[in-house]
Design a protein around this ligand. Structure first.
Ligand code: C2O
Ligand code: CU
Ligand code: CU
Length: 501
């Protein structure tokens, strides 16, 4: 008896694709369906092994320290082994950049210079990548630039894009999954004046939520891959938010801005709040949307970020709101490790306890958040097709070729605009990511409405046997990669090099 979370391993209504509802659009959208009542039931945590470790929702959400480039000129990261207390009174061996988890959040303003000395104190070569930030090739953290142990690399670049929520993580070839799993990643926030003027919730009312499902043994040690099917993607039963297992956060009854990053290995979440009907999506990978979209739940794949505003104003002191995943079994029917909840399972993630009345009567959300200039299809000078395929009975590939660091797979003209058709031939969804750009989504062949498709993206979830068309303008010269962001797929060859020249 080692399946857990079975209490609500409900079955979905016949083949219906149930995803983020969007009130505004619901009139013209066939795919948006109301959740039926049983799917709204709370899940119960029934994890026998880890029950010995701790009680869920008893540890307070950790908030990462911030490195603010408005006040410091240069930062220092040192990839190292560290012992940290993920569970109260227990030590877990992890990897960190500064000795603690969560790693610090980087905060920087558009136009400012980023400078950081990165030392590798691990036993193997590694490198840091600034996911979503458009930087010169030498600064991007391409796996070819991994530095040896005891070497220091200086990162220096200027922030030249609009505000948004990004991610930094290590990126050595073949070991990205393991290194991120053990800790090497953090949040990266870019601010700008346009966003400042909007008066979005800030300070204590702005919370970063880095979501990662993990596996632990009874002694609080992390466990990574256990069996062959883990190569399809490592799924865990303990959800960490900011390196805190199933945390709680005390809040006031007002608006909060949540910057959510899915930094898991393989799990796609369909996030909803038990106790709050709907919330506003205000931003995606590359920054703010044009206007808020009201949703009841939202799908977030690995590497995607969502910026949302949730309002606790109708809640009374003593009430609790639970952030959970409703499960997203549409993402895959692949075999996964049976010991852990599958993609379709419901899991509670964290609770918000309303403990104080708010004196700050938060302003209404602005109707207009930003302007997104649509890239015209007629601007595209080339259409490129990228197929996602499994070859040789178990190698994840793009265009049937396992990644080779020394092969240039695509050449793109600097300054040009292209349409990429990402064609998924596999019965499993893959979050497709491109370095060095932010792109727009033109359309997808499956009848699905992801509200995040409307914003700037650097990662797009391509559903099973689906083709997604995206449009990209290439503004940064150099050699970059594109890859699947399920970390076990990325490490096992689902990646390619492209040269912008
Ligand atoms: Cu999150 Cu190659 O990137
Ligand atoms: Cu990236
Ligand atoms: Cu994949």
């Amino acid at each position: 008896m080692n399946r857990r979370y079975f209490l609500y391993s409900f079955s979905f209504t016949a083949a219906a694709i149930i995803i983020g509802g969007c009130e505004k659009e619901s009139g013209n959208n066939k795919a948006v369906e109301k959740l039926n009542e049983s799917q709204k039931l709370p899940s119960k945590l029934s994890n026998t092994e880890t029950a010995e470790l701790f009680k869920p929702f008893t540890q307070e959400l950790k908030i990462p320290d911030e490195i603010n480039f408005g006040t410091i000129a240069k930062a220092k990261f040192n990839a190292q082994k560290s012992l940290v207390d993920i569970y109260k009174d227990k030590k877990t061996e992890v990897l960190t950049f500064q000795g603690e988890l969560p790693n610090p959040t980087i905060r920087i303003k558009k136009g400012d210079n980023f400078a950081l000395d990165f030392t590798n104190s691990l036993e193997k070569p590694t490198i840091i990548h600034w996911h979503g930030i458009i930087v010169p090739e030498e600064m991007d953290g391409h796996p070819k630039d991994a530095i040896d142990t005891q070497i220091t690399k200086e990162y220096k670049y200027k922030i030249n894009q609009k505000s948004g929520t990004f991610w930094y993580h290590s990126h050595p070839h073949g070991r990205t999954g393991e290194e991120i799993y053990y800790g090497l990643s953090g949040l990266y926030i870019v601010e700008d004046d346009d966003e400042k003027k909007l008066n979005l919730p800030s300070g204590e009312f702005e919370l970063p939520l880095i979501i990662q499902d993990r596996r632990f043994d009874k002694k609080a040690n992390l466990i990574y891959k256990e069996i062959a099917s883990d190569n399809n993607g490592v799924l865990g039963d303990i959800v960490l938010v900011n390196s805190t297992p199933f945390p709680y956060k005390n809040v006031k009854n007002t608006k909060y801005r949540l910057r959510i990053l899915n930094a898991s290995s393989a799990r796609t979440y369909r996030l909803a709040f038990e106790g709050i009907e709907s919330f506003a999506l205000i931003g995606t990978d590359g920054g703010l949307l044009e206007e808020p979209i009201i949703v009841k739940d939202i799908v977030i794949a690995v590497a995607e970020r969502i910026d949302i505003v949730i309002d606790f104003k109708d809640k009374k002191i003593g009430e609790t709101v639970t952030l959970k995943t409703l499960g997203f079994k549409e993402a895959s029917n692949f075999k996964t490790n049976q010991k852990y909840p599958s993609l379709g399972d419901t899991m509670d993630i964290m609770t918000f306890n309303i403990t104080q009345l708010s004196t700050n009567n938060s302003a209404n959300l602005p109707r207009k958040l930003s302007h997104i200039l649509k890239t015209k299809e007629s601007d595209a000078s080339k259409v490129r097709t990228i197929t996602m395929e499994v070859i040789g009975g178990g190698i994840w590939t793009l265009n049937k070729k396992p990644y080779d660091m020394n092969r240039i797979d695509d050449r793109v003209k600097l300054g040009s605009t292209e349409i990429w058709e990402i064609k998924n031939t596999i019965h499993m969804a893959h979050p497709f990511h491109i370095h060095g750009v932010q792109f727009q989504i033109l359309d997808r062949t499956r009848d699905i409405d992801f509200p995040t498709d409307k914003g700037w993206k650097d990662t797009v979830l391509v559903m099973p046997v689906e083709t997604v068309r995206i449009i990209i303008k290439f503004t940064m010269p150099g050699l970059f990669v594109y890859h699947c962001h399920i970390l076990e797929h990325e490490d096992h060859a689902m990646m390619a090099n492209f040269l912008v020249e």
